[in-house]
Design a protein around this ligand. Structure first.
Ligand SMILES: NC(=O)c1ccc[n+]([C@@H]2O[C@H](COP(=O)([O-])OP(=O)(O)OC[C@H]3O[C@@H](n4cnc5c(N)ncnc54)[C@H](O)[C@@H]3O)[C@@H](O)[C@H]2O)c1
Length: 295
Protein backbone atom coordinates (compact mmCIF):
# COMPACT_ATOMS: atom_id res chain seq x y z
CA UNK A 1 0.00 0.00 0.00
CA UNK A 2 1.34 3.46 -0.88
CA UNK A 3 1.46 5.23 2.51
CA UNK A 4 1.84 8.89 3.45
CA UNK A 5 2.45 8.54 7.20
CA UNK A 6 4.14 11.63 8.62
CA UNK A 7 3.44 13.63 5.44
CA UNK A 8 1.36 16.78 5.21
CA UNK A 9 -1.01 17.39 2.29
CA UNK A 10 -2.85 20.63 1.47
CA UNK A 11 -5.85 20.37 -0.84
CA UNK A 12 -7.64 23.49 -2.08
CA UNK A 13 -11.27 22.90 -3.02
CA UNK A 14 -11.19 19.89 -0.71
CA UNK A 15 -14.84 19.99 0.41
CA UNK A 16 -16.49 18.66 -2.74
CA UNK A 17 -16.01 16.52 -5.81
CA UNK A 18 -12.44 15.66 -6.68
CA UNK A 19 -10.81 17.56 -3.81
CA UNK A 20 -12.95 15.72 -1.28
CA UNK A 21 -11.98 12.35 -2.80
CA UNK A 22 -8.31 13.29 -2.66
CA UNK A 23 -8.63 14.39 0.99
CA UNK A 24 -10.31 11.14 2.06
CA UNK A 25 -7.80 8.97 0.18
CA UNK A 26 -4.63 10.75 1.38
CA UNK A 27 -5.95 10.62 4.96
CA UNK A 28 -6.80 6.92 4.64
CA UNK A 29 -3.18 6.39 3.65
CA UNK A 30 -1.80 8.13 6.73
CA UNK A 31 -1.29 11.78 5.68
CA UNK A 32 -2.32 14.78 7.76
CA UNK A 33 -4.63 16.69 5.43
CA UNK A 34 -5.52 20.38 5.42
CA UNK A 35 -8.91 20.58 3.72
CA UNK A 36 -9.17 24.08 2.29
CA UNK A 37 -12.49 25.25 0.87
CA UNK A 38 -14.76 28.29 1.03
CA UNK A 39 -17.77 26.07 0.38
CA UNK A 40 -19.02 27.93 -2.65
CA UNK A 41 -21.72 26.97 -5.14
CA UNK A 42 -20.31 25.90 -8.49
CA UNK A 43 -20.43 29.44 -9.91
CA UNK A 44 -18.41 30.67 -6.94
CA UNK A 45 -21.27 32.28 -4.97
CA UNK A 46 -22.99 31.58 -1.62
CA UNK A 47 -20.12 30.58 0.65
CA UNK A 48 -20.79 27.78 3.12
CA UNK A 49 -17.70 27.72 5.37
CA UNK A 50 -18.73 24.51 7.16
CA UNK A 51 -18.20 22.48 3.97
CA UNK A 52 -14.51 21.78 4.66
CA UNK A 53 -15.27 20.94 8.29
CA UNK A 54 -17.70 18.21 7.17
CA UNK A 55 -14.95 16.43 5.22
CA UNK A 56 -12.62 16.77 8.21
CA UNK A 57 -15.24 15.15 10.46
CA UNK A 58 -15.53 12.28 7.99
CA UNK A 59 -11.74 11.80 8.04
CA UNK A 60 -11.45 12.03 11.83
CA UNK A 61 -14.36 9.60 12.31
CA UNK A 62 -12.44 7.09 10.18
CA UNK A 63 -9.35 7.54 12.41
CA UNK A 64 -7.47 9.98 10.15
CA UNK A 65 -5.73 13.32 10.72
CA UNK A 66 -7.23 16.45 9.16
CA UNK A 67 -8.05 20.10 9.76
CA UNK A 68 -10.38 22.49 7.98
CA UNK A 69 -9.40 25.83 6.46
CA UNK A 70 -12.02 28.13 4.92
CA UNK A 71 -9.75 30.85 3.49
CA UNK A 72 -10.28 31.76 -0.17
CA UNK A 73 -7.48 31.11 -2.64
CA UNK A 74 -8.35 34.31 -4.50
CA UNK A 75 -5.84 36.58 -2.74
CA UNK A 76 -2.09 36.34 -2.24
CA UNK A 77 -2.61 36.87 1.47
CA UNK A 78 -5.18 34.05 1.54
CA UNK A 79 -2.75 31.69 -0.19
CA UNK A 80 -0.08 32.52 2.41
CA UNK A 81 -2.56 31.88 5.21
CA UNK A 82 -3.57 28.49 3.83
CA UNK A 83 0.00 27.22 3.57
CA UNK A 84 0.98 28.79 6.92
CA UNK A 85 -1.98 27.01 8.55
CA UNK A 86 -0.59 23.60 7.48
CA UNK A 87 2.97 24.53 8.51
CA UNK A 88 1.84 25.86 11.91
CA UNK A 89 -0.16 22.72 12.64
CA UNK A 90 2.21 20.04 11.39
CA UNK A 91 5.58 21.69 10.75
CA UNK A 92 6.06 20.64 7.13
CA UNK A 93 4.40 20.43 3.71
CA UNK A 94 4.87 17.50 1.38
CA UNK A 95 2.05 17.74 -1.15
CA UNK A 96 -0.01 20.64 -2.51
CA UNK A 97 -3.00 19.95 -4.74
CA UNK A 98 -4.82 22.96 -6.16
CA UNK A 99 -8.32 21.66 -6.96
CA UNK A 100 -10.45 24.72 -6.11
CA UNK A 101 -12.65 25.68 -9.01
CA UNK A 102 -15.66 27.62 -10.20
CA UNK A 103 -17.51 27.55 -13.50
CA UNK A 104 -18.90 30.54 -15.42
CA UNK A 105 -19.46 29.39 -18.98
CA UNK A 106 -19.91 32.18 -21.54
CA UNK A 107 -18.95 32.47 -25.20
CA UNK A 108 -16.32 35.11 -25.85
CA UNK A 109 -18.91 37.39 -27.45
CA UNK A 110 -21.07 37.29 -24.30
CA UNK A 111 -18.30 37.21 -21.70
CA UNK A 112 -18.64 39.70 -18.84
CA UNK A 113 -15.31 40.68 -17.38
CA UNK A 114 -16.63 40.05 -13.89
CA UNK A 115 -17.01 36.40 -14.92
CA UNK A 116 -13.49 36.39 -16.36
CA UNK A 117 -12.13 37.72 -13.06
CA UNK A 118 -14.08 35.16 -11.02
CA UNK A 119 -12.69 32.29 -13.08
CA UNK A 120 -9.10 33.54 -13.30
CA UNK A 121 -9.02 34.50 -9.60
CA UNK A 122 -9.89 31.01 -8.34
CA UNK A 123 -8.23 28.77 -10.93
CA UNK A 124 -5.19 30.64 -12.19
CA UNK A 125 -4.30 33.31 -9.66
CA UNK A 126 -5.44 30.92 -6.92
CA UNK A 127 -2.84 28.48 -8.25
CA UNK A 128 -0.11 31.11 -7.94
CA UNK A 129 -1.34 32.21 -4.51
CA UNK A 130 -0.95 28.77 -2.95
CA UNK A 131 1.91 27.47 -5.10
CA UNK A 132 4.35 30.27 -4.27
CA UNK A 133 4.30 29.88 -0.46
CA UNK A 134 4.15 26.08 -0.83
CA UNK A 135 7.15 26.09 -3.18
CA UNK A 136 9.10 28.32 -0.79
CA UNK A 137 8.33 26.02 2.14
CA UNK A 138 9.28 22.92 0.13
CA UNK A 139 12.60 24.56 -0.88
CA UNK A 140 13.62 24.52 2.78
CA UNK A 141 12.97 20.79 3.18
CA UNK A 142 15.65 18.29 2.08
CA UNK A 143 12.84 16.03 0.89
CA UNK A 144 11.36 18.81 -1.29
CA UNK A 145 7.72 18.23 -2.17
CA UNK A 146 5.13 17.54 -4.83
CA UNK A 147 2.72 19.97 -6.43
CA UNK A 148 -0.31 19.21 -8.59
CA UNK A 149 -2.18 21.89 -10.55
CA UNK A 150 -5.59 21.00 -11.97
CA UNK A 151 -5.87 21.65 -15.68
CA UNK A 152 -8.65 20.45 -17.99
CA UNK A 153 -9.36 19.05 -21.44
CA UNK A 154 -10.80 22.53 -22.02
CA UNK A 155 -7.34 24.06 -21.49
CA UNK A 156 -5.73 21.72 -24.01
CA UNK A 157 -8.43 21.28 -26.66
CA UNK A 158 -10.87 24.14 -25.96
CA UNK A 159 -14.57 23.78 -25.23
CA UNK A 160 -17.23 25.97 -26.85
CA UNK A 161 -18.38 28.58 -24.33
CA UNK A 162 -15.39 28.22 -22.00
CA UNK A 163 -13.03 31.00 -23.11
CA UNK A 164 -12.16 32.10 -19.56
CA UNK A 165 -12.01 28.61 -18.08
CA UNK A 166 -9.93 27.23 -20.98
CA UNK A 167 -7.47 30.14 -20.73
CA UNK A 168 -7.08 29.60 -16.97
CA UNK A 169 -6.64 25.85 -17.32
CA UNK A 170 -4.13 26.09 -20.16
CA UNK A 171 -2.13 28.60 -18.14
CA UNK A 172 -2.07 26.29 -15.11
CA UNK A 173 -0.34 23.63 -17.22
CA UNK A 174 2.28 26.28 -18.09
CA UNK A 175 2.74 27.21 -14.44
CA UNK A 176 3.13 23.56 -13.49
CA UNK A 177 5.79 23.08 -16.14
CA UNK A 178 7.82 26.07 -14.90
CA UNK A 179 7.57 24.85 -11.30
CA UNK A 180 9.01 21.52 -12.48
CA UNK A 181 11.94 23.32 -14.13
CA UNK A 182 12.61 25.63 -11.20
CA UNK A 183 11.90 22.96 -8.58
CA UNK A 184 14.16 20.23 -9.95
CA UNK A 185 17.22 21.30 -7.94
CA UNK A 186 15.11 21.47 -4.77
CA UNK A 187 13.56 18.00 -5.21
CA UNK A 188 10.22 19.66 -5.91
CA UNK A 189 8.17 17.83 -8.51
CA UNK A 190 5.24 19.43 -10.27
CA UNK A 191 2.65 17.95 -12.60
CA UNK A 192 -0.71 18.96 -14.03
CA UNK A 193 -3.73 16.72 -13.93
CA UNK A 194 -6.58 16.71 -16.43
CA UNK A 195 -9.36 14.99 -14.50
CA UNK A 196 -12.61 13.52 -15.78
CA UNK A 197 -15.17 12.89 -13.04
CA UNK A 198 -18.84 13.28 -12.36
CA UNK A 199 -19.15 16.13 -9.87
CA UNK A 200 -21.50 19.06 -9.46
CA UNK A 201 -19.08 21.07 -11.65
CA UNK A 202 -19.17 18.66 -14.60
CA UNK A 203 -22.71 17.34 -14.28
CA UNK A 204 -24.20 20.08 -16.49
CA UNK A 205 -21.84 19.22 -19.35
CA UNK A 206 -22.46 15.48 -19.23
CA UNK A 207 -25.71 14.76 -17.33
CA UNK A 208 -25.90 11.00 -17.90
CA UNK A 209 -22.29 10.21 -17.00
CA UNK A 210 -21.11 8.27 -13.98
CA UNK A 211 -17.39 8.66 -13.54
CA UNK A 212 -16.39 8.35 -9.89
CA UNK A 213 -13.92 10.98 -8.60
CA UNK A 214 -12.43 8.15 -6.52
CA UNK A 215 -10.74 6.80 -9.70
CA UNK A 216 -8.97 10.12 -10.18
CA UNK A 217 -7.99 10.11 -6.49
CA UNK A 218 -6.21 6.76 -6.93
CA UNK A 219 -4.20 8.25 -9.78
CA UNK A 220 -3.34 11.43 -7.88
CA UNK A 221 -2.22 9.42 -4.86
CA UNK A 222 0.14 7.37 -7.06
CA UNK A 223 1.44 10.56 -8.75
CA UNK A 224 2.09 12.28 -5.41
CA UNK A 225 3.78 9.35 -3.68
CA UNK A 226 7.46 9.97 -2.89
CA UNK A 227 8.34 6.94 -5.05
CA UNK A 228 6.96 8.54 -8.25
CA UNK A 229 9.64 10.47 -10.19
CA UNK A 230 7.32 12.12 -12.73
CA UNK A 231 7.69 15.88 -13.07
CA UNK A 232 6.83 18.49 -15.67
CA UNK A 233 4.13 16.28 -17.15
CA UNK A 234 0.40 16.46 -17.82
CA UNK A 235 -1.76 13.46 -17.01
CA UNK A 236 -5.38 12.80 -17.87
CA UNK A 237 -7.21 10.53 -15.45
CA UNK A 238 -10.79 9.41 -14.97
CA UNK A 239 -13.57 7.57 -16.69
CA UNK A 240 -11.70 4.30 -16.32
CA UNK A 241 -8.45 5.46 -17.95
CA UNK A 242 -5.27 7.37 -17.13
CA UNK A 243 -2.46 8.48 -19.44
CA UNK A 244 0.02 11.18 -20.29
CA UNK A 245 -0.85 14.18 -22.44
CA UNK A 246 2.00 15.75 -24.39
CA UNK A 247 2.85 18.56 -26.72
CA UNK A 248 3.47 17.57 -30.30
CA UNK A 249 5.93 19.30 -32.64
CA UNK A 250 5.68 18.66 -36.37
CA UNK A 251 8.47 18.34 -38.97
CA UNK A 252 8.05 22.01 -39.86
CA UNK A 253 9.56 23.99 -42.69
CA UNK A 254 13.18 25.25 -42.87
CA UNK A 255 12.60 28.98 -42.53
CA UNK A 256 15.94 30.84 -43.02
CA UNK A 257 15.69 32.86 -46.23
CA UNK A 258 12.16 31.61 -46.87
CA UNK A 259 9.60 34.12 -48.08
CA UNK A 260 5.94 34.30 -47.15
CA UNK A 261 5.24 32.74 -50.56
CA UNK A 262 7.59 29.80 -49.78
CA UNK A 263 5.78 29.28 -46.50
CA UNK A 264 2.38 29.35 -48.20
CA UNK A 265 3.64 26.86 -50.79
CA UNK A 266 4.78 24.53 -47.97
CA UNK A 267 1.81 25.03 -45.72
CA UNK A 268 1.11 21.31 -45.46
CA UNK A 269 4.55 20.85 -43.85
CA UNK A 270 4.12 23.83 -41.54
CA UNK A 271 0.91 22.52 -40.02
CA UNK A 272 1.68 18.80 -40.08
CA UNK A 273 2.11 16.95 -36.79
CA UNK A 274 3.41 13.54 -35.96
CA UNK A 275 7.20 13.76 -36.39
CA UNK A 276 9.77 14.10 -33.65
CA UNK A 277 12.57 15.34 -35.93
CA UNK A 278 12.26 18.90 -37.17
CA UNK A 279 13.05 20.05 -40.72
CA UNK A 280 16.80 20.65 -40.46
CA UNK A 281 17.54 17.78 -38.12
CA UNK A 282 17.11 19.94 -35.05
CA UNK A 283 14.99 18.17 -32.46
CA UNK A 284 13.26 20.07 -29.71
CA UNK A 285 12.91 17.02 -27.42
CA UNK A 286 16.46 16.95 -25.97
CA UNK A 287 16.31 20.72 -25.48
CA UNK A 288 13.21 20.36 -23.35
CA UNK A 289 14.69 17.46 -21.38
CA UNK A 290 17.89 19.44 -20.77
CA UNK A 291 15.93 22.41 -19.52
CA UNK A 292 14.06 20.17 -17.12
CA UNK A 293 17.21 18.81 -15.56
CA UNK A 294 19.53 21.80 -15.69
CA UNK A 295 17.80 23.62 -12.77
N1 LIG B 1 -15.06 17.21 -12.68
C1 LIG B 1 -14.40 17.17 -13.83
O1 LIG B 1 -14.67 16.33 -14.72
C2 LIG B 1 -13.31 18.15 -14.07
C3 LIG B 1 -12.73 18.17 -15.36
C4 LIG B 1 -11.67 19.04 -15.60
C5 LIG B 1 -11.20 19.85 -14.57
N2 LIG B 1 -11.81 19.82 -13.35
C6 LIG B 1 -11.26 20.69 -12.31
O2 LIG B 1 -11.08 19.93 -11.13
C7 LIG B 1 -11.19 20.81 -9.98
C8 LIG B 1 -12.21 20.25 -9.02
O3 LIG B 1 -13.46 20.28 -9.64
P1 LIG B 1 -14.71 19.42 -9.13
O4 LIG B 1 -15.32 18.82 -10.34
O5 LIG B 1 -14.31 18.58 -7.99
O6 LIG B 1 -15.69 20.63 -8.67
P2 LIG B 1 -16.46 20.92 -7.27
O7 LIG B 1 -17.33 22.09 -7.52
O8 LIG B 1 -17.09 19.66 -6.80
O9 LIG B 1 -15.27 21.32 -6.29
C9 LIG B 1 -14.61 22.55 -6.38
C10 LIG B 1 -14.44 23.09 -4.98
O10 LIG B 1 -13.68 24.31 -5.04
C11 LIG B 1 -14.17 25.15 -3.99
N3 LIG B 1 -13.82 26.55 -4.22
C12 LIG B 1 -14.38 27.42 -5.09
N4 LIG B 1 -13.84 28.64 -4.95
C13 LIG B 1 -12.90 28.54 -3.97
C14 LIG B 1 -12.00 29.47 -3.39
N5 LIG B 1 -12.00 30.76 -3.78
N6 LIG B 1 -11.16 29.06 -2.40
C15 LIG B 1 -11.19 27.75 -1.98
N7 LIG B 1 -12.04 26.83 -2.51
C16 LIG B 1 -12.88 27.21 -3.50
C17 LIG B 1 -15.68 24.93 -4.03
O11 LIG B 1 -16.31 25.35 -2.83
C18 LIG B 1 -15.76 23.42 -4.27
O12 LIG B 1 -15.87 22.72 -3.05
C19 LIG B 1 -11.55 22.19 -10.55
O13 LIG B 1 -10.38 22.95 -10.69
C20 LIG B 1 -12.12 21.86 -11.91
O14 LIG B 1 -12.02 22.94 -12.80
C21 LIG B 1 -12.84 19.00 -13.07
Amino acid sequence: MLRFDGEVVVITGGANGLGRSYALEFARRGAAVLVNDVGSAHQGLAAEPAAAQRVVEEIVAAGGIAAANDVSVTSAHGGEEIIADALDRWGRLDVLIHSAGVMRDRTLAKLEFTDLDAVLDVHLKGGFHVAQPAFRAMMTQPSGGRIVMTSSTSGFFGVFGQAAYAAAKGALAGLSRVMALEGARHSIRSNAIVPVATTRLSRGADPGASRPPEDVAQFVVALCHRSCAATGMNFAAGGGWAGRMGVEVGPGFALPGGTAEDITANWDLVQRLGFEEMADGFSIGPYIDERLHEG
